[in-house]
Design a protein around this ligand. Sequence first.
Ligand SMILES: [Zn+2]
Length: 120
Amino acid sequence: MTGRKRWAKQQEYSRAYKARLMSTPEGRAELALRRRLHRYKMTRDEYAALTAAAENRCMICGNEETAVDGKGNVKTLSVDHCHETGRIRGLLCNTCNRAIGLLRDSPTLLREAAKYLEGS
Ligand SMILES: [Zn+2]
């Protein structure tokens, strides 16, 4: 078998494998987990430790995730990370993750926002 034919066969196998996984909710969850682990360069054990530490609650507000995806399923907590170093900071709900992002992940701006709110 030539390299090209072997590559085509591997692609076909990969597509069939992915299609089989996508056909069940558990398979889709597994693929989503793999994407997440790849994106954040984490092992399953590291991710399991992070989710266990968070007890499925946002590490800022303490609430469980309520945001839903396009199909109406509640999203998983977001993996918050430093955009400069890539260091994983924790798990956040969609609202808190967006809020700190809108304030440019700046502790100074977040403190100023708190002072502003407390002063009103
Ligand atoms: Zn939150």
